[in-house]
Design a protein around this ligand. Structure first.
Ligand SMILES: *[C@@H]1O[C@H](CO)[C@@H](O)[C@H](O)[C@H]1NC(C)=O
Length: 236
């Protein structure tokens, strides 16, 4: 009993220390969830910032920006729409339990609203710990292939809109022939893929043939960026 109480007290103390740290870090106008809650202790990052030769950091520039609001212009290093939706597909892929390949998909409507997201995994109720994840086995039943739902299938089945007609699907890997059928039948009209690593397989060839016949536009993703970094710690 005493050990439990000591542990609980320790946890409370740790939580208080953490709260104090968060306050100290975030009281100064930071836009994080803790902003404005604490006393106006200096922002930790501001406090440790070293003087820079960068023109942006000079007091003169800061004064100018303060007194002349028109000097503040919009940020131009934003993600493009395509980068944004492809990054969402990549993020979704991170949820996959497949030890070999993690694939993500993101369906977007003509208003640039995300209407479905998915990643590869076993069907509902089919445990990741029961079905096999292997690529090779004694029989095909001992491999993942007969069981796994591809990211595209999940993104389409998970869609929160009644119809996907005219939508675009962003995929981290070119759709296989089975997914091509589903995409076409969902009346999705554009596919933007990242990797085409299985381009010479019969599955991908069949997929491209069907997309061509159905008039689905298939585009390779392009971007100047090599990737998008998610930096949780950098938010505060
Ligand atoms: C920022 O977003 C706009 C669309 O809102 C886009 O036209 C522009 O290319 C984006 N900037 C970059 C660097 O991709």
């Amino acid at each position: 009993m005493r050990a439990i109480c000591a542990a609980a007290a320790g946890a409370v103390a740790a939580a208080l220390v953490l709260r104090r740290m968060l306050r100290a870090r975030c009281a100064e106008g930071c836009a994080c969830a803790h902003a404005g809650r604490g006393p106006t202790t200096p922002h930790k990052r501001a406090a440790v910032r070293v003087p820079s030769t960068d023109e942006d950091a000079t007091p003169a520039r800061a004064d100018r920006l303060h007194s002349d609001p028109t000097a503040v212009t919009k940020r131009t290093s934003n993600l493009s729409w395509d980068e944004y939706f492809m990054a969402v597909a990549f993020l979704s892929a991170q949820r996959s339990k497949d030890p070999n390949r993690q694939v993500g998909a993101c369906v977007v409507n003509s208003d640039k609203k995300i209407v479905g997201i998915g990643y590869n995994g076993f069907p509902w109720g089919c445990s990741d710990d029961v079905l096999p994840w292997a690529k090779h086995g004694e029989t095909v039943l001992d491999t993942k292939y007969p069981y796994v739902c591809h990211a595209e299938l999940n993104a389409i089945m998970n869609a929160n809109s009644k119809t996907l007609k005219g939508c675009t699907i962003f995929v981290t890997l070119h759709p296989c022939n089975e997914c091509a059928k589903i995409i076409i039948q969902a009346r999705i009209s554009r596919v933007i893929f990242f990797s085409d690593m299985y381009h010479d397989t019969t599955s991908t060839l069949a997929s491209k043939r069907m997309f061509g016949l159905a008039g689905v536009e298939v585009v390779r993703f392009s971007s100047q960026r090599s990737g998008v970094t998610l930096d949780f710690a950098g938010m505060c």
